[in-house]
Design a protein around this ligand. Structure first.
Ligand SMILES: N[C@@H](CCC(=O)N[C@@H](CS)C(=O)NCC(=O)O)C(=O)O
Length: 244
């Protein structure tokens, strides 16, 4: 692997504008992130891959409260102006945005034994189930939890209907996980399932249940068992601590 330049902060060009200067590091991957569910799902997988293969990555912390993710240098990487973003220096700086797309990218390029995924051709049904749960969370659990949290703690006006609607919808989605996990340990895979990126993609949203007005997971015992077991993994603990 070629050497990379050392980590350096945002620099200013001669015009005084902030621009991003490529960090120098031996690590192939650079993650732009913040301590939120979408950021954590990626840092969890990166920590799992680090434990499994010694894969190294650098972290660039983004302060979303300062709207750093809306600055021009960041929008060049992700026009959507949100975290996370992954830059793969070992593949010519190829850039990936959208948290679930980053998980799939990392599996394709950095999990050679497919420890956290399935082979799309050799294990088509397991792979499809994994995708189903990733899409389900990406289109439902994430956005609904995000809106519930917004209307409870960030909205400039109090709108009880919106608060209730998004919390109710999040509760409904917890009920879907409860059904799925009634007779299995993980969301996808044969038998009781296998811990994969489908679990990593969903669990950080459930970790934020208090932000959406759900005090306890006791109503959903199977979801709670899955959540507690996943939360105990060293990779998950380490991933939740990113960015430092
Ligand atoms: N669908 C996107 C959503 C990303 C997203 O909403 N990120 C939030 C943090 S969890 C963010 O950047 N918020 C700051 C903003 O909206 O400007 C993904 O999965 O990556």
């Amino acid at each position: 692997m070629s050497a990379f330049r050392r980590l350096s902060p945002i620099a200013r060009s001669s015009s005084g504008k902030r621009r991003y200067s490529a960090p120098k590091s031996e690590n192939p991957l650079l993650l732009f992130t913040a301590g939120t569910p979408n950021g954590r799902k990626v840092s969890v997988l990166l920590e799992e891959l680090k434990a499994a293969y010694g894969l190294g990555y650098d972290v660039h912390k983004i302060d979303i409260s300062k709207n750093t993710q809306k600055e021009p240098w960041y929008l060049k990487m992700n026009p959507n102006g949100r975290i996370p973003v992954l830059v793969d220096r070992a593949r010519d700086g190829f850039t990936v945005f959208e948290s679930a797309a980053i998980l799939l990218y990392l599996e394709q390029h950095y999990d050679k034994d497919l420890r956290f995924s399935f082979h799309p051709v050799d294990q088509p049904n397991d792979y499809s189930e994994m995708l189903q749960w990733i899409f389900w969370a990406h289109g439902g659990l994430g956005p609904m939890s995000g809106q519930a949290s917004h209307f409870r703690s960030a909205a400039p006006v109090e709108i009880p209907y919106a608060q209730q609607r998004y919390t109710d919808e999040t509760e409904r989605l917890y009920g879907v996980l409860e059904i799925r996990l009634a007779d299995r340990d993980y969301l996808a895979g044969p038998g009781k399932g296998v811990y994969t990126i489908a679990d990593m993609n969903a669990q950080p949203w459930v970790a934020g249940h208090r932000y959406v007005g759900i005090e306890s997971l006791d109503k959903w015992p199977n979801l709670k068992r899955w959540f507690d077991e996943v939360a105990e993994r060293p990779g998950v603990k380490a991933g939740f601590a990113v960015p430092a």
